[in-house]
Design a protein around this ligand. Structure first.
Ligand code: TNX
Length: 484
């Protein structure tokens, strides 16, 4: 019970043990397509851990002993994502108001019963006690930059699995930048075929077809993760400007870009075709996106006239709203007139107050704490360091509500760990930068501030390190943590 990440809102250990047997069943009531699906998720994970062929019993007549019992029931204090988990030597009782709540309770249960990697044959046992748990923030995000280096559907799915294990619920995909355009747009097909053919250093190019992208959206949704697509604009657009000459003010296509400098490109804001292009792109993206949000970038538009920039952002928001979505943008959008439905993602903390004054909420991704692409220290083989070095403790020991003046708890929609990929080529590179910092951000996003502290995190994360190791996850063995 003492190694959970994120730490539950409340936890009462009872010092006994529940042990799974070959005859344990998973009882579920009411049996709906969604509750059956989460039950199957649990059964598959336990089968994998134990080899037992656990069966699922929909709407059992009365509950028997030695079972795992999942139920939906009305308890508004649990909200849309909370759960209650009671473990006794006789059984496991998990209750929530929603399938999402059950899913998060299952993640907790799977951590409690994580077998010791050394044990063979493995028995599956979990410490008993009761947990009542609700998240602090609604937006618990991770951003992955698939534009600088492209990552396969398979890699993104593996990252999604880890996000789900730590109760994150948003995957923000940075789908376009100077170096590459990574999503098929049917009305502007060269975005993908030409814009997608480059990448940093000329390596790892490519794009997702719409069918592949839908597959990612569905895979994430099964794990209660909403994919938030980002098309960066009006800067960070060289890949689009290389694909279509008419998007440039001078009508000349740009050369593909393989460097890592930022701030040199801009869409041509006084051409009407630019807005036709954006409308087509946003319409197709919205159709691929069951979630509420479309991210329009908006950062570092150093090659765009300032007044034109603010008018542009306001116009883009009307297009996003026309297709029924809410606009998210990097904090620079706070300089424009935005609606109270818009969301600003803070990374430097300069324009947050301007967004909040307009009634918008913010997502916090402070570079010094939540940028997973920052090097851990001077020796780190991967990463950048413009925001400084970010060790495990830097990622963990901060409170969103007191980070910047004028940004309080009620202004904060949530927290997001950003992973830019200028220096990352492989899935191992991704996980080396993410662990153990992604887990720190996951805890900040979920757990009550008063319950958490660095000393406790560093002990708990050490136990997770043993699991990561057993599962072959490449991670950073921070010297700040006494790894098991
Ligand atoms: C700044 S953060 C950027 C990205 C880079 C990142 C590298 C932000 C909104 N823009 O274009 O990839 O730094 O850390």
């Amino acid at each position: 019970m003492n190694h959970l990440i994120p730490l539950p809102a409340s936890l009462l250990p009872t010092q006994l043990e529940f042990q799974l047997g070959p005859d344990t069943q998973i009882l579920v009531a009411p049996a709906t397509p969604e509750t059956l699906r989460v039950s199957e998720f649990l059964a598959a994970a336990l089968r994998h851990a134990t080899g037992y062929a656990l069966s699922i019993v929909p709407d059992p007549p009365a509950h028997a002993r030695d079972q795992i019992f999942l139920t939906l029931h009305d308890d508004s204090t649990l909200g849309a994502e909370g759960y209650e988990l009671n473990l006794t030597p006789d059984g496991v009782f998990l209750r929530a108001q929603t399938p999402a709540g059950l899913f998060y309770g299952i993640q907790t249960l799977l951590q409690l019963g994580a077998p010791s990697p050394a044990q063979k044959p493995q028995t599956w046992r979990a410490a008993t006690g009761s947990i009542r748990d609700v998240p602090r923030f609604a937006w618990r995000g991770a951003m992955l930059d698939v534009a600088r280096h492209f990552f396969s559907v398979q890699d993104v799915k593996r990252y999604i699995d880890w996000l789900a294990a730590y109760k994150l619920n948003r995957l923000h995909l940075h789908l376009s930048d100077d170096q590459g355009w990574r999503i098929e747009i049917k009305t502007w097909d060269k975005l993908a075929t030409i814009g997608g053919s480059s990448g940093v250093g000329g390596k790892k190019s490519g794009y997702y077809t719409q069918a592949e992208y839908r597959e990612l959206v569905a895979y994430a949704a099964e794990r209660f993760i909403v994919i938030v697509p980002e098309i960066d604009m009006p800067g960070h657009t060289n890949a689009a400007l290389a694909a279509y000459p008419e998007l440039n003010c001078d009508g000349v296509a740009r050369e593909p870009y393989t460097g890592i400098e930022v701030g040199f490109s801009s869409l041509c804001l006084d051409k009407e075709i630019t807005y036709q292009f954006l409308e087509d792109v946003i319409r197709e993206l919205a159709a691929l996106t069951p979630g509420e949000f479309i991210h329009i970038g908006g950062d570092e538009a150093h090659a765009t006239d300032k007044t034109a920039y603010t008018q542009f952002i306001a116009r883009v928001e009307t297009i996003v709203e026309k297709y029924g979505k809410r606009m998210v943008g990097w904090e620079e959008i706070g300089q424009a007139k935005i609606s109270a439905r818009a969301v600003a993602q803070l990374w430097r903390g300069e324009y947050g107050a301007q967004a909040i004054q307009q009634g918008a909420q913010v997502i916090l991704s402070p570079g010094k704490h939540a940028y997973l692409d920052m090097q851990y220290n001077e020796q780190s083989p991967l990463g950048l360091h413009w925001a400084g070095y970010v060790e495990a403790q830097d990622a963990y020991a901060w409170d969103p509500a007191t980070l910047s003046a004028g940004v309080g708890e009620s202004n904060i929609l949530g927290v997001e760990a950003a992973l830019w990929s200028e220096t990352l080529l492989t899935f191992d590179d991704i996980t080396f930068m993410a662990f153990p910092r992604l887990t720190a951000i996951a805890e900040i996003a979920w757990s009550p501030q008063a319950a958490r502290n660095w000393e406790s995190y560093r002990q708990r994360v050490a136990a997770h390190g043993a699991r990561w190791q057993a599962l072959g996850l490449h991670f950073y063995r921070s010297p700040q943590i006494d790894w098991e």
